[in-house]
Write a protein that binds this ligand. Sequence first.
Ligand code: PLP
Length: 455
Amino acid sequence: MLRNDQLDQWDRENFLHPSTHLGQHARGESATRIISKASGVYIEDRDGTRLLDAFAGLYCVNAGYGRTEVADAIADQARELAYYHSYVGHGTEASITLAKMIMDRAPAHMSKVYFGLSGSDANETNIKLIWYYNNILGRPEKKKIISRWRGYHGSGLMTGSLTGLELFHKKFDLPLSQVIHTEAPYYYRRQDDSMSEEQFSAHCAAELEALIEREGADTIAAFIGEPVLGTGGIVPPPAGYWQAIQAVLEKHDILLVADEVITGFGRLGTMFGSEHYGLKPDFITIAKGLTSAYAPLSGSIVSDKVWKVLEQGTDENGPIGHGWTYSAHPICAAAGVANLKLIDDLGLVANAGSVGGYLNAAMKDALGDHPNVGDVRGEGLLCAVELVEEKATRKALDPTRKVTASIVSAMVEQGVIARVMPQGEIIGFAPPFCLSQGEADKIVDATTQAIKATL
Ligand code: PLP
């Protein structure tokens, strides 16, 4: 086995890590924890430190670590048939079975799934299909995409543009001109304190409609949103939000993309977030939970309405010019089949709902009255604690103090990994679905102790 100091040196010399302060890493000012194994909700590093992973990697190891059923399916598939493509007239048993399993679980009005490898590429696929759709319908001007500030939809050129977080735009010349942003449904940070949740939802819908009217509805193709804002701060929508937004979109003939990369396959206690909030999307983006991250796989699910136009398009123009070499990769598809079976067999969607409710209630009980905790919020197995300088005025903490980062480091000392969300002073939680109540208590205790010790 390689020595830790050797790995540390190679890491600093060779590895450009994602979403990392590159200079600090290369200069050795921030250490890399080298994770070597994992089981259930626990990960372990090479020094033998065992940590409860309260973020399931990056909201993705939904079935939990160490699932031999999934590992065996991957190994069997690799031995039997490591790869064949799914272009023109080819497929594999694993990829066809998985497409059937996804469509059996998707909302009834959805039609087919296109496979990719990441949430980012699935959203790129969605946007290309939306443009194709409007071209086939003879409305080439209807192309702009609306997303929300604080939305997260990926890191590519288009998807990084859709993402509504400054960090992902700064110095990258993003967003691209076809993307426009509207207000986030961030009730805790509303401007007007007197608004109820329903009034704030109506206000967000009115802002959206004003934007559509300013730009011209005939220039706007689609609206993309996560059922619950994830990376932008884990923000569940205020009451009535999705109903109000959908009414505006329908009125102006604008497609809805539900980005369910986090919420798909059970995180809210329902198979899809669309079900949870009564959404009727034209596209659903899936990734992470599809394989519980045992292999990279994503999908763009299209509705019957979209499918009919795509079909007409290829009848008129020939095969659709969109494909990735690894689309429907059989090893990833085998992981997906085994993972979805496991989620059913262990009742993990129901557990995500019940233990998620328990975690959110326990976090609120423990921290709701703390003077520096402005908001404890969540839905299903998503939870966030937002820290403030002053509770009454919701005054933000000075970001240069890096209080949230210190708290999350203190939590690691207590054996729990949580996430510093990228914008605002917010601690995020998104544990695996197999979390027990005892493990939820451990997360709450570590958070409470770390906050009390730091603030
Ligand atoms: N969409 C959402 C809602 C996400 O949370 C993410 C990643 O966190 C993505 C898209 C992008 O997925 P990926 O990182 O696999 O490209």
